[in-house]
Design a protein around this ligand. Structure first.
Ligand code: DC
Length: 230
């Protein structure tokens, strides 16, 4: 395994639609391998959170671009856990609502936003052995990543998982609304002009619809070990 501080780091890139289980798997993998985990969606969410807090429309490209010049999005690690900060304030716990999911998807289509986030993601990836998940990691952020995965599942299954998570957090949302939002977000994320969600030819595709976390993890680990050992 290469050294964390050497020129070359190992990056494991995982793309896929909302609710496919990317972050769950990425966190476990990172812990098992002693890598850091970068949740790139959290960066778009943090920006959306700040814009909504400042009453700036996430659909107004000009205003978003102006605001971006003065908004500082950063990532820190404490005990190996990612904290996502806006202007130095940790917003990690506030960015998991359904409203922020939609706003993050909307604002992520603007080039000014993507450029800023992608620059930061590449810098972090250059310095650290990293497992990172998102929508455009395998295709755009790190096309030369050592490991590339596309993790997906049927929309109904993803919606069910997301619904359970939101209900556990005290939300009174319905399953139908969660499914509708997931389908809308799939459409937004995969049809935007810049770096849309897509499967690259060299990504290993894993469908987690009928698999539990342990089964998905074993597929990831066998793929990684196969290549690390050769
Ligand atoms: O992974 P997530 O659900 O936290 O991401 C929220 C939104 O952020 C997602 O709908 C689209 C956007 N996003 C993106 O455009 N590119 C990424 N690499 C990660 C997220």
């Amino acid at each position: 395994m290469k050294n964390k501080n050497s020129e070359t780091t190992i990056n494991i890139a995982i793309d896929g639609p909302a609710g496919a289980g990317k972050s769950t798997i990425a966190k476990i993998l990172a812990e098992k391998l002693g890598f850091l985990y970068l949740d790139t969606g959290a960066m778009y969410r943090a920006l959306a959170f700040k814009l909504l807090s400042d009453s700036i429309s996430v659909n107004d490209e000009k205003k978003v671009e102006e605001a971006l010049n003065s908004i500082g999005i950063s990532v820190q690690y404490a005990d190996g856990k990612q904290k996502t900060l806006v202007d130095g304030i940790d917003v990690s716990d506030k960015i998991r609502t359904n409203e922020i999911s939609k706003a993050a998807s909307d604002v992520s289509r603007f080039p000014c936003v993507r450029n800023k986030m992608v620059d930061l993601q590449r810098k972090i990836a250059k310095l650290n052995n990293l497992v990172l998940d998102g929508r455009d990691i395998t295709s755009f952020v790190l096309p030369d990543a050592e490991f590339k995965f596309f993790l997906t599942a049927k929309p109904e299954i993803r919606a069910e998982r997301r619904f359970k998570e939101l209900i556990e957090k005290g939300s009174d949302i319905t399953y139908e609304k969660v499914l509708e939002d997931i389908l809308q977000r799939d459409k937004n994320d995969s049809t935007r002009k810049l770096a849309p969600l897509k499967i690259t030819d060299d990504s290993k595709v894993i469908d987690s619809s009928d698999l539990n976390i342990e089964e998905v993890l074993q597929i990831f680990l066998s793929e990684i070990n196969k290549n690390l050992n050769c």
